[in-house]
Design a protein around this ligand. Sequence first.
Ligand SMILES: [Zn+2]
Length: 80
Amino acid sequence: MSDHTTTLLVAQTPYKPCEHKFVFMRHEGFYYQAGRYEDKYVSTDYFFCEKCLENKEVTKQHSGHPDADIPNWCKVIRYK
Ligand SMILES: [Zn+2]
């Protein structure tokens, strides 16, 4: 390894928190009957940082009476 290369590596090493740039990876959604009068919906989006590869997931949940109106993201799960 030349001196030049060594200098370059040291210069890039100082610790600096990653300014995450999360990229959408995949989505998972499902629903189930939690009881006779309750449907539950769970939706999770998975992301990863394209700089440091850290993973992140964002989950939202909804529960309600089967006959009640549901948010659009629940309809996507239910009628996909
Ligand atoms: Zn990052």
